[in-house]
Design a protein around this ligand. Structure first.
Ligand code: ZN
Length: 72
């Protein structure tokens, strides 16, 4: 009986460590999906590509900068 309890304790400890290791190795959601950064053709600021406004193959950070076009 004592051996059975010891066996259960070992299993519980292994289970605990495996769970802890899985949690630690899991990358944060933000690191899992690195967002592509693009550069505004007008002001040069870098921002996530998902927010980019494109015109003639160039990316802009805002509607105003897209209207103003590429900067110097
Ligand atoms: Zn801009």
């Amino acid at each position: 009986m004592a051996k059975f309890l010891l066996f259960l304790a070992v299993i519980a400890v292994i289970y605990f460590f495996v769970r802890a290791a899985n949690r630690r190795s899991k990358p944060p959601a933000s690191a899992a999906k690195p967002e592509a950064m693009v550069r505004c053709a007008h002001c040069g600021v870098h921002f996530p590509g998902a927010e980019a406004l494109s015109l003639d193959g160039r990316d802009y950070c805002s509607e105003e900068h897209r209207r103003l076009g590429a900067g110097p």
